[in-house]
Design a binder for this molecule. Sequence first.
Ligand code: FMN
Length: 235
Amino acid sequence: MKLLDIQSSPRGESSDSITLTTSFIEACKSASASIVVDTLNVWHERLPDFDHEAIGAKYKAVKRETMTEAESKVWERIQSLIRRFQNAHRIVLGTPMWNFGLPYKLKHLIDLVAQRNYLFTYDGKQYGPLLNVEKAVAVYTRGSRYLEGTPIPPRFDHQAPYLDFWLRLIGVRDLRSVTVDNAWNRDRQQSEVSLAKAKATLEQLVEWFLTSSRPTAAGDETDLRIEGVLDGIRS
Ligand SMILES: Cc1cc2nc3c(=O)[nH]c(=O)nc-3n(C[C@H](O)[C@H](O)[C@H](O)COP(=O)(O)O)c2cc1C
């Protein structure tokens, strides 16, 4: 089973999101010897700029036009990133919230790999997924807590809703999201409790994550969604 491990924090061993996803992956590896992990850390990857040449390549790829040498070069690099998504049977993605959204390097990766006819289809009317990722786990860490009836309600959250949407759009069929509020705030004890709770929640997802269910036809995704029974999980 090939697992794509996407890390989005530049904080290395100090990172809450990397610590949580790494301990989840270690638990998966202990439970199953067949797991092969491909770690894609967006800060270490030296992602190419999504610049004039890259956009030229993107449009020419859709229209099947001949690329310049510079466009072909960046397109080959983009293709090698896309192949890592295409090879994945499972995805584990951890990310901090930055300014209510994603760290720009994670968005950079998304802009590079989210190519029509590779990760998704679009016929002018509707989108369809092209990946075949049966299950994924997303870990969202953030310093605050986003609660209805407070000065920072859930609509301030442009991190988890966007990534949940994007992962499903490209073909993740069953997604469990573990949201870690208060991961970094003035009350360190509150942060510790929140992180410990997330670690325990992730441990409970190991068995589900490693089990393969029946093959699902594209378009069935909503049928697979089960309301999370654990605190902090959305599914
Ligand atoms: C540049 C930056 C921006 C941040 N913006 C927010 C934010 O808008 N809302 C929030 O709740 N936390 C914010 N935080 C806090 C982080 O989301 C939080 O500390 C998270 O746990 C960090 O995860 P990591 O340890 O994996 O990097 C921000 C942190 C940084 C460094």
